[in-house]
Design a protein around this ligand. Sequence first.
Ligand code: GLC
Length: 455
Amino acid sequence: MSKRGITRRNYLTKLGAGAAAAAALTGSGCKNSEETKPAASAEKIADTPPPDHERRIQWWRQAKFGMFIHWGLYSLLGRHEWAMELEGIPVAEYEQLAKQFKPKPNAARDWAKLAKRAGMKYMVMTSKHHEGFCHFDSKLTNYCSPQQGPGRDLAKEYLEAARAEGLRCGFYYSLMDWHHPDGARCATDEQARRRFVDYIHGQIRELCTNYGKLDILWYDVAWPLDAKGWESQKMNDMVLQLQPDIIVNNRNLLAGDFGTPEQEIVAEKVGRDWEACMTMNESWGYHKADDDWKTPKTIVRNLVSCARDGGNYLLNIGPKPDGSIPEESVKILSAVGAWMDKNGSTIYEAERCKVRESAFADFTRKGNTLYIHVYFWPGETVSIGGLQTKVKSAKLLANGKPVDFKQEEFRVQFTGLPAAAPDTPVTVIAVECEAEPSQDMENIRKNRPRRQVGV
Ligand code: GLC
């Protein structure tokens, strides 16, 4: 996957955003000690999920696959959602876009239909990105869809569309704000901080009060304050009081209900819920010229990797200014959906899987069943080394045909398979084992009998 896009990590690092902000980037996953140090002024902050986590997170653990939607004024520019900052566009100039933003009615219905077709179970739309423009009806600013070009509440349209398809749904909300006058000076001016935090908490209260039951609140970029400055504990308490079933992420610098690795699949420690969020090309917002699209195979492989390690996959679309979805994204997600129709059970019901080594396959597991996801089809025989568990039976998931196998101490071979891959982009062999499958590659290296020198 590309490492070239803008990530919050490199942005915050450049800005010297403070340890707490950077530490929250990958939850517990940070390696750099500078990033993991608590902010000097931070009070003891919650490092465990909010109360009642197990109950609230149940549906999400089974959902596995969600749609992220980045849509805002930046979509009109079509040069990445960071254009305002990266091109140094003056606020007064950028604001003009708000009047020009006139999306077609109910564009979100196509997003929700596509999400469903792709096998996604939930949606998360940007209610306000760093640019500061809000898609929801806010009493706290007129820089919002109902009072600007769209003349209507786009957040509401989106939720209605998602719910009509039976999908769970919630909001992304950026704490960092390039438009609000106090958005930067709040770091050094207490009165500005007070006003700004009241504004942010007030908007979160609006989101959690005016839109019915929300399933997710997805905070983003906490620059330039720390958890104490944001009053993050109070923020989460308010959210959970207004929405007792909601789950929140970790980007307001508290642990939240789940970690958020970005543009990479890095599992959190066992017991911690996590969700890898990724783009389909290199941008979150619509970027006309960005043609670096992932293939459906890459997307399926990513989904498999997340499911193997107990995580979810939140995959992004960046709609055009009128709300339509880039054609490439539709093609990719349709192909992924066709695969999910046949193979979805290997994902939704997956539990953490200990088998992981192969040069042509990845793995998921449900109970004692191992799913071998072959992405480079080797031909008539598929061999897996180091399997420690006795195989009872195997079949091709695509057509239910039984597969012969031969198991020895160091290798199991599945034989008599077709020369060409029976499914695309990934073929699944379902393998019933006697116990939870595990793999030991060390055993091969150390104990596989060796020839004597000279023989
Ligand atoms: C980064 C980017 C942002 C995007 C987000 C999604 O923080 O700043 O544009 O919304 O990642 O995770």
